[in-house]
Design a protein around this ligand. Structure first.
Ligand code: G3P
Ligand code: MG
Length: 246
């Protein structure tokens, strides 16, 4: 697994706060605003189709009810994932991973595919996502997950697609966990990036990226600490061509 050209900013959950999360409308909006990278979350339907969604339950972001993992794709495909955000996005579907990847490829976006398995489905989700990304353009996809089992399964299918291990707060043994999965990078919650951790990552030459940064001053501090990239909801706040405002 070679290096990876991080965009300096990723639009979080597709279009951040400007569009319904994890939708193609969000991804398109990020591209229109000049973003080069988008992050989105991927889970399996009951019949093993990889779709973009963050929660295990359908109710927060769609007009459906129940769990993603117990709903067949045919049913998911009829849901409205836009209206809860705003009626202007009514009818926006829950996208399949393949559609999101094709959209990113068309728009020249780097996709950070966050594998977000429903409970107990780590290996299966990683395997299916790995299979979906293996044929993409080199450098177009970065896989990440909080689930080490999911990343391991993705690696078995797509060993050459770069991986980042995702933590809220990196544990003391982060180094061994990253090397065990041959991860290129560490992603973590911005509030848990201590100066000591940043220094250790810099010294080890391991790229790192932080979520979710919705404030210019915090972003400047994180870039100064060596962050390769940041995830943001505030697509309106940052100029993706000049994210640190320099
Ligand atoms: O991948 C970074 C970030 O998206 C992780 O948190 O909960 O928004 O998926 P979450
Ligand atoms: Mg995510």
């Amino acid at each position: 697994m070679g290096g990876f050209g991080y965009p300096r900013l990723f639009a979080h959950r597709g279009g951040g706060a400007l569009a319904p999360e994890n939708t193609l409308a969000g991804i398109r909006l990020a591209a229109r605003l000049g973003f080069r990278g988008v992050e989105f979350d991927v889970m399996l339907s009951a019949d093993g189709i990889a779709v973009l969604i963050h929660d295990e339950a359908l109710s927060r972001t769609t007009d459906g009810a129940g769990e993603v993992a117990s709903t067949p794709y045919a049913e998911l495909s009829r849901l409205d994932a836009g209206s809860r955000f705003h009626s202007a996005f009514g009818g926006e579907p829950v996208p399949r991973l393949e559609a999101a990847l094709a959209c990113c490829a068309r728009l020249g976006l780097v996709a950070n595919v966050e594998i977000k398995p429903a409970a107990g489905l780590d290996g299966e989700t990683g395997r299916i996502v790995g299979n979906s990304v293996v044929r993409g353009e080199p450098g177009a996809v970065l896989l990440s997950s909080f689930s080490e089992a999911a990343l391991a399964a993705a690696r078995s299918q797509a060993p050459a697609v770069p991986r980042a291990l995702l933590f809220e707060a990196p544990p003391p043994d982060w180094r061994g966990r990253l090397s065990g999965l041959e991860c290129l990078a560490l992603h973590c919650a911005a509030r848990y990036l201590s100066p000591e951790l940043a220094a250790a990552l810099r010294a080890a030459g391991i790229p790192f990226a932080c979520y979710t940064v919705n404030d210019r001053a915090a972003a400047a501090d994180l870039y100064a600490a060596g962050a390769a990239a940041l995830f943001t909801d505030r697509l309106d706040l940052f100029d993706p061509r000049n994210p640190d405002g320099s």
